[in-house]
Design a binder for this molecule. Structure first.
Ligand code: ZN
Length: 486
């Protein structure tokens, strides 16, 4: 009987914990506000006043200024955020999460998920609004219990859980929003002071703390590098790629090395299905049909594939392969292989003009320009950065289906280039699988480029999991005019 009661109690306790989010034990809280200064925060957009008074952050409305945001310098992916606030009646405010600010997007306008603070009679506090983007994602319409959770004229407590594609909120312990949305997986946190027709209204925040659980949710990612033949020095580059991946602590890496050129290939049967992601450093003889089929099946069922530099020279005649990699070069590729992918006037253009598939001028350092700054692989990176002296792959051709262009590089005619912005980094959806394709990294010297390293590591994680937890941008990341090597 006693045991029975204990069991019931344990179950009740567990349910209680689960209803307040799935993670309770072993919590590691970190204060985002030190109680004295705004260190770690930066103000964006409007000129509302943010000050620290008596251990709380005070945000005060100022006339004739748009919405203001006090933003964390750091990005957060998966987290539990808790804070308290005291807001004057009549004000509107909110907490931004997974948000961004870029010049290319409405001239630095802060945008992204906002957990609403709504003192009006509508009472949608704890609902989720997509600031400067899609508007309301989770309103409190028809949810009277949730609408009652916020209390006027007293400190209110928010708990916000953002884990994977699920965002949940609690107001004073009452569950309010439960949203599934995968538009943005990472970004900063910000405290909003809404633009106002009245100056001097204030909102106070305190006890702002976060549990960064990005890593905790992630298992080790199993990667397989495939090599054995290549017109490049695969014996030198594979160990470097392996080391880069392993040093993150996120990956374990095996290597599958094929028989040498013109040797029987029948024995080459890597067990793709055992891995979360396959990194191809291979171009050479055709694989056995069974191995090709295994890769196609693996990808159709949601596998991950990374195409590294000359790996896109491989298999010009293998239809599914070319769909996976979207674009390839050499091996007789021409207009029959598919279009060139061009970036012109801010748009991706498919160019079916006749001509070769694959070329590059002499090696030189060149600028990589991000074209999709909201993509998890690119989030937080500078818009432009100098890549180390490398071949600038150009005129790649292929089916170019389901492609997302992440970054381009301008092939300068002065360097015998095409005069086009050539695809440098891109992703491809293949069945349920994800492909990350980097044309960068000819040899060991090029793999020292911090821009290559960061995008390769993020791209490999994304191909494996669909997400990127390596959100910190290293201090030695290259700038718009300066190469950075390790
Ligand atoms: Zn090369």
């Amino acid at each position: 009987m006693k045991r029975y009661i204990v069991t019931i109690l344990a179950i009740t306790l567990m349910c209680g914990l689960l209803s307040e989010g799935a993670l309770a034990a072993g919590e590691q809280w970190e204060n985002l506000f030190d109680g004295k200064t705004l260190n770690g925060w930066v103000q964006r957009n409007g000129k509302a006043k943010y000050t620290v008074e008596d251990g709380v952050i005070v945000g005060t409305t100022v006339l004739n200024t748009p919405n203001s945001f006090l933003c964390t310098e750091k990005n957060y992916t998966d987290f539990i955020l808790e804070l308290e606030f005291l807001v004057e009646p009549g004000m509107n405010s909110g907490i931004q999460i997974r948000s961004h600010s870029y010049k290319h997007y409405k001239n630095y306008r802060v945008h992204g998920y906002q957990v609403e603070i709504d003192t009006s009679s509508r009472a949608w506090s704890g609902g989720i609004y997509d600031e400067a983007r899609r508007g309301w994602l989770f309103s409190l319409e028809g949810k009277p219990e949730a609408q009652k959770a916020f209390k006027q004229n007293q400190w209110n407590h928010y708990r916000i859980e953002a884990i994977g594609d699920r965002i949940r909120t609690w107001v004073n312990g009452v569950p309010v929003a439960d949203l599934k949305d995968d538009m943005t997986s990472t970004g900063f946190i910000a405290l909003q002071v809404h633009g106002s027709k009245q100056a001097g209204n204030s909102i106070k925040w305190r006890n702002i703390r976060i549990q960064d659980i990005t890593r905790r949710e992630n298992k080790v990612i199993k990667a397989l590098i495939v090599d054995g033949q290549n017109n490049h020095d695969w014996k030198a580059t594979t160990p470097i790629l392996k080391k880069l991946l392993e040093e993150t602590g996120l990956f374990t890496v095996d290597v599958a090395t094929s028989p040498a050129e013109k040797q029987p290939m029948d024995s080459f049967k890597p067990d793709f299905a055992k891995y979360d992601v396959i990194v191809s450093n291979y171009t050479g003889d055709e694989w056995p049909k069974a191995t090709q089929d295994a890769l196609v099946e693996y990808m159709e069922n949601g596998g991950g594939l990374v195409i590294y530099h000359a790996a896109d020279n491989a298999f010009p005649k293998w239809k599914e392969w070319n769909e996976m990699i979207a674009l390839g070069g050499w091996g007789g590729r021409n207009e029959k292989s598919g279009p060139w992918v061009r970036y012109r006037d801010g748009k991706v253009v498919l160019d079916n003009s006749p001509g070769r598939g694959g070329s590059h001028g002499p090696q030189h350092a060149f600028q990589v320009i991000t074209r999709d700054r909201d993509h998890a692989i690119m989030a937080g990176l500078p818009e432009k950065w100098m890549h180390a002296k490398d071949e600038l792959y150009s005129q790649l051709r292929g089916p170019a289906k389901n492609i997302t262009l992440l970054a381009t590089a301008y092939a300068d005619p002065d360097q015998k280039g095409t005069g086009e912005h050539e695809p440098a980094l891109f992703t491809i959806q293949y069945g349920k699988g994800r492909v990350f394709h980097t044309v960068l990294g000819h040899g060991p010297d090029q793999l020292r480029c911090v821009g290559f390293i960061v995008t390769f590591l993020r791209g490999t994680e994304w191909a494996a999991t669909g997400r990127v937890t390596q959100v910190d941008v290293p201090d030695d990341f290259p700038t718009a005019d300066q190469v950075s090597l390790r």
